[in-house]
Design a protein around this ligand. Structure first.
Ligand SMILES: Nc1ncnc2c1ncn2[C@@H]1O[C@H](COP(=O)(O)OP(=O)(O)O)[C@@H](O)[C@H]1O
Ligand SMILES: [Mg+2]
Length: 278
């Protein structure tokens, strides 16, 4: 039985998952047949954070994991590729900066002004938030931008749009690895299976799952249930922590704002774990 068939027939969520259909027609051929897809092409690890469902915490995990990796001494760059609903810049309080990914994807901005400095030497590439920027951005330029930014970087984390629309698939296709960010509930986990299937078809390696916003309540799916459905290792469990929201509202990652918070501890453990999964 193929792995994909197993996901749909053997998992505890099979009654729902069997309705999930991945149609080749939804993936643009330019993405499916992207050239030079080989880990050996890069010195850098390029990891996209994806989810089927919105609001699982991809942006918050990208930002805080990025800082935690930088604190461990890795040359880390975080890039906001959620071209339509960008908000990584907000988490770092740099949303007003003039040069952003929109500008570069539209051909108007210079690459040299695109990268901003964050905590612990983290490099940050924000995306713009204007409707005009969304309209002008050309997604097919993303691969080229990512390749240029990869030089001199150890780990690049790409914050993706949710789901499987063109921008989300493009963000996935430019990476070598994908981390699925789920909240511990049925819908988020079921939808993550679709991302996993599409990633494998794009030759992007699903390295594991981050369970975010874990409450410890009985209504949460357990770690084992999530592993049984996704058949991937759990890289980290980030608790629901009001400090995460508070810090984000103030334009600062929780890892620097509240170094002793439960979420910060979990982000640091996640960073260490990721460095061991290679
Ligand atoms: N561990 C957490 N604890 C508390 N709130 C969180 C946590 N992770 C994310 N959030 C909140 O959940 C919401 C969605 O997070 P976000 O990172 O924007 O999700 P996504 O990028 O997947 O759409 C935000 O309001 C964020 O502050
Ligand atoms: Mg987001």
């Amino acid at each position: 039985m193929s792995e994909i068939t197993q996901i749909f027939t053997c998992s505890p969520l099979a009654p729902v998952l069997h309705r999930v259909k991945i149609s080749r027609g939804r993936i643009p051929s330019s993405v499916l047949n992207h050239p030079n897809k080989s880990l050996s092409d890069y010195m850098v690890r390029i990891i996209t954070l994806s989810s089927g469902k919105g609001g699982t915490g991809k942006t918050l995990v990208t930002a805080n994991l990025g800082v935690a990796l930088a604190q461990l001494g890795k040359k880390t760059l975080v890039l906001d590729a959620d071209v339509t609903m960008a908000n990584l810049g907000l988490v770092f309080g740099i949303e007003e900066r003039k040069t952003n990914l929109h500008e570069v994807l539209s051909g108007g901005g210079a690459m040299k002004n695109l990268v901003y400095n964050g905590p612990a030497g983290l490099k940050i590439v924000p995306c713009g938030m204007s409707l005009d920027g969304i309209r002008r951005a050309k997604l097919e330029r993303l691969k080229n931008v990512v390749t240029k930014l990869a030089s001199g970087v150890d780990i690049m984390l790409i914050d993706s749009a949710s789901g499987l629309d063109h921008d989300a698939i493009t963000a996935l296709s430019v990476a070598q690895e994908v981390i699925l960010v789920v909240t511990p509930n049925f819908t988020a986990v079921a939808e993550a299976t679709k991302i996993k299937v599409v990633a494998e078809r794009l030759s992007v390696k699903p390295v594991g799952v981050v369970i975010n916003r874990a409450t410890g309540e009985r209504t949460d799916l357990s770690r084992n249930e999530i592993v049984a459905v996704l058949d991937l290792p759990v890289l980290g469990i980030i608790p629901e922590d009001a400090e995460v929201r508070r810090a984000a509202a103030l334009g600062e990652p929780v890892v620097t704002r509240s170094p002793k918070s439960p979420a910060t501890k979990a982000f640091k453990e996640l960073a260490s774990k990721i460095l061991k999964t290679h």
